[in-house]
Write a protein that binds this ligand. Structure first.
Ligand code: DX5
Ligand code: ZN
Length: 217
């Protein structure tokens, strides 16, 4: 299991230290939530701040766009060379075209599904995707309660992935903690995002390790 702590729950007054701490603590990716105040009722950070995160991070960035104008934001963040850019399928008229654009910039592409969006909607996109991100909360805020039906949804998605593109990864975002992690592992999830669980803990390294667990042999 890969772990991507979300810096949304970090102390922004000491952001550099907070980013360094999760990287030193053994995270796999640094999850960066970009919100525009339109697609979701919250605003976060822009490329100036994310650039400082990119400079201090020793692990690759995983940029999660929660915005209306995806193409504009891809152009804004691509120069920071994240490993992944994911965008919401609910907000994109031409997802196939945008996936090709992200990949042409040398970045891995993923789509995000809100809690109500069925995996079948992306059946004909899976072959082109590096990752699918399933929301296990409604996007917009950290610290919300985990929505359980992401488990059967991840299992359903895994079946489609086996058929159409076995190298596509499944990431789950929202309310992830040490209580639901084993269910996520069993459902075939590859990466978990965890904001309040990691940044709300006394020891980030310990929290990250509790989610990574032992590799399944
Ligand atoms: C929610 C964001 C998440 C959020 C997760 O819109 O996409 O990445 O920061 O935070 P927790 O883990 O606290 O639910
Ligand atoms: Zn996120």
């Amino acid at each position: 299991m890969q772990v991507a702590p979300s810096i949304l729950s970090a102390d922004f007054g000491k952001l550099n230290e907070e980013v360094k701490a999760i990287c030193d603590g053994g995270c796999d990716l640094v999850h960066v939530d970009i919100m525009d105040g339109h697609f979701v009722p919250n605003l976060t950070i822009g490329p100036v701040v994310v650039n400082t995160v990119a400079k201090v991070a020793t692990k690759p960035l995983d940029i999660h766009l929660m915005v209306e104008n995806n193409t504009f934001f891809v152009d804004l963040f691509a120069p920071l060379k994240p490993k992944y850019i994911t965008f919401h399928i609910e907000e994109e008229k031409h997802p196939h075209r945008l996936i090709q654009k992200i990949k042409s910039l040398g970045i891995k592409a993923g789509v995000v599904l809100n809690p109500h969006t069925p995996p079948s909607l992306i059946k004909y996109l899976i072959a082109d995707l590096d990752m699918v991100l399933l929301m296990s909360v409604n996007p917009g805020f950290g610290g919300q309660k985990f929505i359980q039906n992401v488990i059967p949804k991840a299992e359903e998605l895994k079946e489609l992935i086996k058929l159409y593109n076995p190298s596509c990864l499944i990431e789950v975002d929202g309310g992830v903690n040490d209580e639901n992690i084993s269910l996520l592992k069993e459902a075939g999830v590859d990466i978990v995002v965890a904001g309040s669980y990691v940044y709300g803990s006394e020891d980030y390294k310990e929290a990250i390790e509790s989610l990574k667990g032992k590799p399944i042999l």
